[in-house]
Design a protein around this ligand. Structure first.
Ligand code: BG6
Length: 485
């Protein structure tokens, strides 16, 4: 299969930080179809050779194991091309069309790694230039809008030029191996399905914690905040994968139909429930991993007195037969003690305890990062005989599955997987426009309530697990967060 991958925003942060390293890994793993071309498009004038040198230099910032040696880079760089474009000029798109047509690749992927405010103009121009033929696909990176209306406007323009099957919305969390394993765990094994419901599960916690702050992205972040940056997309996508009904097939629309139903079943927020069930926070100066770090308000490009949230914890419910009454807690924050993303499924306690002392409910921990794996927490007897009181004591143990050990050398990163899927036209891991709009519909009352609220986010010390109110949120239901258990 021959392909052309066009990267709009070819000199931008996303391209050199995520996309090029992922493409190189795919190339190294022999997963990038042969005979492909990668065309970077940006504003300034450069030759192919200059662009190849530019990207080569950027690889210095990548993990050492993922850096190319000179011979590898020389072979990879043969695929790289560069083209100057003014994204507002129709003739520049016609020039791009001629470049693509001359080769006649069987697949053309147009990846918009630009600032999202350019999506409407680029999509309209692509359509006018005829860069929307059936073998062409457009890939859109988040953030897709900043509220429901702006997301609908982007979708309207995208739909005018591309069909739904041609428009691939990326949520890079869906490319993470642990998320694909969640599908495998639930629908490739019979073991958990009978337990995967309100009768057996007490609550579910999704934590996406980062130890980094906002870095140099203060201006972008301040317009975004944690709710839009992490909850509306990554956290909700994980929730849909946990809560969805078994799809009838492993086909993209069968899966996305089920995910959409979950989003539609989420308990809607009202101003009262936002005040009660959503906690927002903002980090103050503190210490993370032994280093002193500034507070959010001291970060570069953050406006004085900003009330932007860098932490959100919330409680919701999926209002259907399977999940009625089961709390789903979502939590995400910057400057937490560690980079730690995991989903914890807390099971109910045994109905009639016969062992004294330790009584601890089982839990399943699905770890996304830093490592991906599964832990099943159980209670076991040591087998050393009864205690002095004559009673058998139970101790917590866990069954641990480390996917890096189970599948050495076969692990691929999120972007690598999603780029290969985009080229191959596999849509399972891309977000459909109706899912994306429904997610906005659900978070909007929170945004409105915060706009009307003069109190602002609660401060938390960098290096902590967020404001105390986040612990109180779960304590109300008699629960604790995973790190407090
Ligand atoms: C991005 C957010 O979507 O995800 C960033 O915009 C965040 O703020 C990042 O840091 C986290 O991704 P990962 O894969 O490092 O957990």
């Amino acid at each position: 299969m021959s392909f052309d991958l066009v990267l709009f925003g070819g000199t931008g942060d996303l391209t050199w930080r995520k996309l090029m390293p992922a493409l190189f890994q795919a190339f190294r793993h022999g997963k990038l179809p042969e005979g492909g071309r990668i065309l970077a498009v940006a504003r300034d004038e450069r030759s192919d050779a200059e662009y190849r040198d530019y990207i080569r230099a950027k690889f210095a910032g990548v993990d050492e194991a993922k850096q190319p040696n000179d011979e590898e880079y020389a072979r990879f760089a043969e695929m790289l091309h560069y083209r100057r474009m003014d994204l507002s000029q129709p003739e520049d798109y016609r020039g791009l069309k001629a470049w693509v047509d001359e080769r006649g690749a069987s697949t053309v992927v147009l990846f918009l790694a630009t600032s999202p405010h350019l999506f409407p103009v680029i999509c309209a121009q692509l359509g006018q230039a005829g860069l929307n033929a059936p073998h062409m696909r457009v890939v859109l990176e988040k953030p897709l809008g900043h509220d429901l209306q702006s997301a609908q406007e982007i979708n309207r323009v995208v739909r005018a030029a591309f069909t739904e099957e041609q428009a691939l919305r990326i949520d890079h969390y869906l490319g993470k191996p642990a998320v694909q394993n969640l599908m495998a765990l639930r629908f490739g094994n019979a073991l958990f399905e009978p337990l995967w419901r309100r009768e057996s599960i007490a609550n579910i916690q999704i934590t996406l914690a980062e130890s980094i702050g906002v870095g140099s992205r203060g201006d972008f972040y301040d317009r975004t905040g944690a709710l839009r940056d992490m909850v509306q997309n990554h956290a909700l996508q994980l929730l849909t994968m946990i809560a969805m009904e078994p799809p009838s097939t492993n086909n993209a629309d069968a899966i996305r139909d089920e995910k959409l139903k979950v989003l539609r079943s989420l308990k809607p927020f009202t101003p009262e429930t936002v005040a009660r069930d959503v906690v927002r926070g903002q980090y103050k100066a503190g210490t993370v991993a032994g280093s002193k770090v500034p507070g959010y308000l001291e970060e570069v490009k953050v406006p004085t007195g900003s009330t932007c949230e860098t932490f959100v914890a919330l409680r919701t419910e999926v209002q259907n037969w399977r999940w009625a009454g089961v709390p789903f807690y979502l939590r995400t924050g910057k400057r937490m003690p560690a980079r730690d993303a995991q989903i914890v499924v807390n099971f109910r306690e045994v109905p009639h305890p016969i062992f004294p002392g330790t009584s601890r409910a089982n839990k399943l921990v699905i770890k996304l990062q830093p490592e991906d794996g599964l832990e099943l927490h159980l209670l076991a007897a040591k087998g050393g005989g009864a205690s002095s009181s004559g009673q058998e004591l139970l101790y917590p143990v866990s069954l641990d599955l480390d996917f890096d050990k189970a599948f050495p050398s076969e692990r691929v990163g999120g972007y690598e997987r999603l780029l290969m899927d985009a080229i191959a036209g596999r849509l399972n891991l891309f977000v459909r426009s109706d899912e994306q709009e429904q997610a906005w519909r659900w978070v909007e009352p929170v945004l409105h309530a915060w706009n009307a609220d003069t109190v602002g986010p609660r401060p938390y010390t960098a290096g902590s697990w967020g404001p105390a109110a986040a612990s109180a949120l779960v304590a109300r239901d008699g629960c604790t967060w995973a790190e407090e258990q």
